[in-house]
Design a binder for this molecule. Structure first.
Ligand SMILES: [Zn+2]
Ligand SMILES: [Zn+2]
Length: 363
């Protein structure tokens, strides 16, 4: 190696910039007028009860193809405080520069951590997390509200706080009426049908987050997804890829929750996500049959199941559209018909508890 190259390498090594990181983009289509941003709004570091340093969370988010994260340290629970004494703003401040370098949108947040009711809540878009450190939970929520925070109820079905049934308390009604609750986690470790229904009934934003404490790669839930590794996340349909764009979309309830193979959200968004993931082409037509080629160019999987339909149209009972798969689907025409409606539901797109997205394709 030449002397100059040696010197450059030595400089790079000491500067700590010889780092190779691969970003695995998550391919989920945009919606008309909106970018689909992949976000995790519930993450811990050593500044509360997590086990990693804040910049590591940025690296993980970059590797996993996320657009935005929030480090939501517990205000009231800091088991490492003998070793780490700091402002509640500190984990954000430490991660800020790393996030800027990696083009990850970092949102200043905190977890208000109280017994039930009202339980735990995350406040996003804070300007000063320290002001949430108040003895009465109402004062903490009010402090967040004064900063125009977006506040959501975390893991309402957490069995440590609601061991038998997932209840909505009077305290939640009070928070909602005071403008201190804008959304609920529909997924956090588990899917909560109660949270899903409350979001629909009370017009609240649906969120799904990892609530990760350990290094993300050792997340057992993620590892169990054989070969399909993505953390639980909130898809945000934003006008622009910015912190302000995310805030506007969250307040307008333009989200979907993505966990395992499942998407949870309002029918209008899931319908468009499904449609925009697929390219459908009619490649053959005779009197007896129509052949379609369906290309799923997204990372999403779609499980289709036939619903009530015209029996003269004969097609699959169940069918799976694999990610990035090219599928040939044949529909047989009976009784002399030349057109009709293929009717099915997409069983892993949930528009309400126990209710899948219905879809019609006309041939
Ligand atoms: Zn919590
Ligand atoms: Zn948490």
């Amino acid at each position: 190696m030449k002397k100059v190259e040696c010197a450059v390498l030595a400089f790079l090594l000491t500067a700590g910039v010889v780092q190779a990181q691969i970003r695995h983009e998550i391919e989920i289509p945009d919606l008309k007028g909106y970018q689909t941003l992949k976000c995790d709004f519930h993450i811990h570091t050593v500044f509360s009860d997590g086990t990693v340093w804040p910049t590591v969370r940025v690296d993980e988010a970059y590797q996993e193809g996320l657009d935005a994260i929030s480090l939501t340290e517990h205000i009231e629970y800091r088991p490492h405080q003998q070793d780490i004494r700091a402002s509640h703003n500190r984990s954000f401040e430490i991660a800020e520069e790393a996030a800027r370098r990696k083009n990850i949108l970092l949102i200043r947040g905190s977890e208000i951590t109280r017994s039930m009711p009202p339980g735990h809540a995350n406040a996003l878009f804070l300007t000063d997390a320290d002001s949430l450190d108040r003895p009465d939970y109402r004062d903490a929520f009010e402090a967040a509200k004064r900063q125009n925070a977006f506040i959501f109820w975390n893991h309402p079905g957490w069995d440590a706080q609601q061991p038998d049934t997932t209840l909505w308390w009077d305290e939640h009604t009070e928070l909602l009426e005071k403008g201190c609750m804008h959304g609920i986690e529909v997924f956090n470790v588990n899917y909560s049908p109660e949270a899903h229904q409350w979001c629909l009934d009370k017009k609240l934003t649906m969120l799904g987050n990892s609530d990760i404490h350990q290094p993300i790669q050792s997340n057992i839930h993620q590892q169990l997804q054989t070969g399909r590794t993505h953390r639980p996340m909130t898809l945000v349909f934003a006008r622009e890829r910015s912190v302000e764009g995310i805030r506007e979309a969250l307040l307008a309830r333009r989200t979907a929750v993505y966990f395992d193979d499942t998407l949870v959200g309002e029918a209008v968004y899931l319908h468009e996500l499904f449609e925009n993931s697929l390219e459908i082409e009619e490649v053959e037509r005779t009197e007896k049959k129509v052949t379609l080629q369906v290309f799923n160019h997204s990372d999403l999987i779609f499980h289709l199941k036939k619903t009530a339909h015209d029996p003269r149209l004969i097609y699959f009972r169940e069918y799976t559209l694999w990610p990035h798969g090219l599928h040939t689907i044949t529909i047989y025409l009976d009784g002399g018909i030349s057109s009709g409606r293929m009717e099915f539901e997409v069983t892993n797109l949930w528009i309400a508890p126990n209710q899948a997205l219905k879809y019609v394709y006309e041939i």
